[in-house]
Write a protein that binds this ligand. Structure first.
Ligand code: PLP
Ligand code: COI
Length: 338
């Protein structure tokens, strides 16, 4: 156990753990990778990841269960999504077993950073792949690094399970046939300014609308959107330019199979958001962040309340986090023991 960390005070900030994992891709194949204590990597200044954004990343978490075991949540899904990202920007994929075993190696080596059961904190795992080497022409790298680091985290949005407010932005995070559906760095570079503008205005983050028509909700910062209608339907956007959130996929399953709700993945017109009596942002880092209100074109739409969390959102949160921490029975294959 780590006595220096106040688990309850953690936000989402980098903390150097004891070990990271680094594997190299050379001559058409990955090596087995190694655990290293240095958290710095040295790469050529002509690396494509630095100039042309040839890189992708993932985010997943490890949880301490009541019996002391450490488990990861759906790492197979992160592996699949990372390979989809790799294919989109011409990087070599990572075999699923190698991905999962490498995550386990890093988590095990950093066991003292896994927050205790019941602390509300978790161990965030950040795998990434970067194109490296002397490759200054705009073409795919010939060499790559697959790295993984971990850090203990608390809530991503300051409120945690308290509602926070968002504002729509006129900027796009992705183009209709661009890279919005994959987890590549360029999407996030473009999001820095709209994020900062929203924060300066007093909001937790911005809401992106669909890039083609600016009439439908796409993403809530770095999280997916969901809303609950008065008829108890779980609604979430369907769009080719949003990241397919693993948290959202899990909530869809929970809504249908644990809570008996109807689920609709469809367009979510911004002009119809008053159809929702509750709303939330969901993602690995965000978990579920209840949305108090959304401001759009100078009008504020309050969902359930700006201070209280709605019953459905609460139940979704309790079921999801219960599954993740081993207190609620998980669907087969969702929990991977480290
Ligand atoms: N949308 C964006 C843009 C994200 O960066 C993330 C975070 O990974 C999500 C949604 C949520 O996805 P997941 O639930 O798989 O973490
Ligand atoms: C995640 O939820 O894992 C994310 O990647 C969101 C953000 C920290 C980029």
């Amino acid at each position: 156990m780590n006595k220096e960390i106040d688990w309850k005070e953690l936000g989402f900030s980098y903390i150097k753990a004891d070990y990271s994992f680094v594997a190299y891709y050379k001559d058409g194949k990955w090596d087995d990778g190694n655990l290293v204590t240095d958290d710095k990597i040295t790469i050529s200044q002509a690396s494509p990841c630095l100039h042309y954004g040839q890189q992708c990343f993932e985010g997943l978490k490890a949880y301490r269960h009541k019996n002391g075991e450490i488990c990861m949540f759906r790492p197979d899904e992160n592996s699949k999504r990372m390979n989809i990202s790799c294919e989109r920007i011409l990087m070599p994929t990572i075999p699923e077993e190698f991905f999962i075993e490498s995550c386990k190696r890093v988590v095990k080596a950093n066991e003292r950073f896994v927050p205790p059961y019941g602390s509300g904190a978790t161990l965030y795992i950040r795998p990434y792949i970067i194109g490296v080497g002397d490759n200054i022409g705009v073409s795919p790298a010939k060499e790559y690094i697959f790295g993984i680091f971990v850090m203990p985290v608390g809530p991503y949005f300051k409120g945690g399970m308290s509602p926070v407010n968002f504002i729509t932005t006129e900027y796009d995070r992705a183009a209709p046939m661009g890279t919005g559906s994959v987890k590549v760095g360029g999407n996030y570079a473009g999001s820095l300014m709209p994020h900062e503008e929203a924060v300066k205005k007093g909001y937790a983050d911005c809401i992106y609308l669909d890039p083609a028509t600016h009439t439908k909700i796409e993403e809530v910062g770095a999280a997916n959107f969901f809303g609950i209608t008065k008829d108890n339907v779980f609604v979430t956007p369907k769009s080719p330019s949003i990241l397919q959130s693993i948290t959202r996929k899990s909530l869809v399953y929970i809504a249908e199979n644990y809570m008996g709700m109807k689920v609709e993945q469809r367009d979510v017109p911004i002009d119809s958001i008053d159809e929702f009596i509750e709303a939330g942002a969901c993602g690995t880092a965000a978990v579920i962040s209840p949305i108090g209100a959304v401001s759009h074109k100078g009008k504020k739409h309050v969902f359930y309340s700006e201070t209280e969390v709605g019953e459905v959102t609460k139940k979704l949160y309790n079921t999801l986090t219960g599954i993740q921490t081993g207190d609620v029975e998980a669907p087969e294959g969702w929990i991977e023991k480290v």
